[in-house]
Design a binder for this molecule. Structure first.
Ligand code: DAH
Length: 344
C-alpha cells in the first residue's frame, strides 16, 4: 500500500495541465467514484489494526494532495485561456499591435517645418475661413483680379467687396495676420489647408496644402531669399539638387519669381514628372510688395522682406513619386501603409 501511495503521490506532483479534458481524466482517475483514492480507502478497510494506525494519516494526506492539485489546476483553467480551443502554438512570439502611420503630407510638413526651424523660423497658423481683406485686398490684389472670381474661390458670403467671406485660397493670408498683429522682425512659416474651386482630377483638387514663408527685417534682400530657399532644397532633396529662379508675377511680391528644382526623379534627363524639361516648379516667391507692408502697418522705408509659398502635395509627389493627387485624400490603407516605416 505504501508503494502504491508513493507512486501515486509522485504522479500527482508531476501532473501539470491546463487542458480541460486532461484535468477531467485526472479527477476521474484519482477522485472519481471508482477512482484510486476510493480504491485505497477500500483496501484500507482490509488491513490490520497495526497498519491502520500507520496508514490512516498517510491516506488522508494523499487524498488531500489529490484534491488540492485538482482544485489548483481547475482554478488556473477557469481564469486562464481556454487552451483546448486554441489552435496555435502558445510559445510563438506575439503579433505587434496594428498602429497607424503618419500621412505622407504630415511627414512632408514636419520635414519642412524642421528645416525652417533650424534656420530660426517659427510656426504660425491662421483661419481657413477668411475675409476678403486678409485673403486678397491686403495682399494687393486689384479689385478685378481673376483669382477673386467665383471660379477659383469658394465664397461663403458674397457681398461684393471687403465684407466677402471665403475659404482661403492660399496661406498668404496668414502673412497679413502675422504682420498686422506684431512688430518686425518676422521670421515664420505658416502651414495649412487651402481651397480652390477646381474640378477634381489626378492633377487638381478642391483642397490642398501649402506652407507659406515670411521674413521681414531691416535690409532683407533678394539674395537672402535665394540662399534660404537654396539651403531648404539641399536639405529636403539632398545636396547637389539644382535650383533656378524664373521671373514671375504675384500681386503681393515685387519682384516675384518661381523656383524650379532639377527633377528629383530623372535627375534632369527628362521624364513624365518634369514633362521632359528636367525641371519642376516647387514654389512661388518674391520680395514683399511695399504696399503689403504698408497695408499691415509696417514702415516699408525701414523694413523689407521676402515671402514664399509652396504646395505640400507637389513636394510630396516629387519625394515619393506620387502621380495622382486624389490618393492623398482617399484614405486608402494600401496607399497609407506604404509610409509606415516612420516611427510615430
Ligand atoms: N500664394 C501663392 C499661391 O497660392 C504662392 C506664393 C507665391 C506665396 C509667392 C508667396 C509668394 O508668399 O511670395 O500660388
Amino acid at each position: 500500500m505504501q508503494d502504491k501511495i508513493n507512486q501515486y503521490t509522485a504522479d500527482i506532483k508531476a501532473f501539470v495541465t491546463a487542458k480541460a479534458d486532461e484535468l477531467e481524466a485526472f479527477r476521474i482517475k484519482y477522485l472519481g467514484t471508482k477512482g484510486l483514492v476510493k480504491d485505497l480507502f477500500e483496501e484500507f478497510k482490509t488491513v490490520g489494526p497495526e497498519e491502520k494506525r500507520t496508514f490512516g494519516k498517510v491516506l488522508n494526506e494523499f487524498k488531500q494532495l489529490a484534491e488540492a492539485k485538482y482544485n489548483e489546476l481547475k482554478e488556473t483553467q477557469d481564469s486562464g485561456p481556454k487552451t483546448q480551443d486554441l489552435k496555435f502554438d502558445l510559445t510563438l512570439p506575439g503579433e505587434g499591435l496594428a498602429v497607424g502611420s503618419r500621412h505622407p503630407l504630415s511627414l512632408i510638413r514636419i520635414e519642412i517645418i524642421d528645416i525652417f526651424k533650424r534656420l530660426g523660423f517659427v510656426v504660425a497658423e491662421g483661419p481657413e475661413i477668411e475675409d476678403d481683406w486678409h485673403n486678397f485686398s491686403a495682399l494687393n490684389f486689384p479689385e478685378e483680379h481673376p483669382a477673386r472670381d467665383m471660379q477659383d474661390t469658394f465664397f461663403i458670403k458674397k457681398n461684393a467687396g471687403r465684407d466677402d467671406i471665403a475659404l482661403r485660397t492660399h496661406t498668404s493670408s496668414v502673412q497679413v495676420r502675422m504682420m498686422e498683429n506684431g512688430k518686425p522682425p518676422f521670421r515664420a512659416i505658416m502651414p495649412g489647408r487651402v481651397y480652390r474651386n477646381e474640378a477634381i482630377s489626378a492633377r487638381a483638387h478642391c483642397f490642398f496644402h501649402q506652407v507659406e514663408g515670411l521674413y521681414v527685417d531691416e535690409n532683407v534682400s533678394f539674395s537672402d531669399l535665394k540662399q534660404t530657399l537654396y539651403h531648404f532644397v539641399q536639405e529636403l532633396y539632398g545636396d547637389g539638387t539644382q535650383v533656378r529662379f524664373r521671373p514671375s508675377y504675384f500681386p503681393f511680391t515685387e519682384p516675384s519669381a518661381e523656383m524650379d528644382i532639377s527633377c528629383t526623379i530623372c535627375k534632369g534627363a527628362g521624364c513624365n514628372m518634369c514633362k521632359h524639361s528636367g525641371w519642376v516648379e516647387i514654389l512661388g516667391c518674391g520680395m514683399v510688395d511695399p504696399n503689403v507692408l504698408e497695408n499691415c502697418g509696417i514702415d516699408s522705408k525701414k523694413y523689407s522682406g521676402f515671402a514664399f509659398g509652396m504646395g505640400i502635395e507637389r513636394i510630396a509627389n516629387l519625394k515619393y513619386v506620387i502621380r495622382d493627387l486624389r490618393l492623398f485624400s482617399e484614405n486608402d490603407v494600401r496607399f497609407l501603409n506604404q509610409f509606415k516605416t516612420e516611427v510615430i
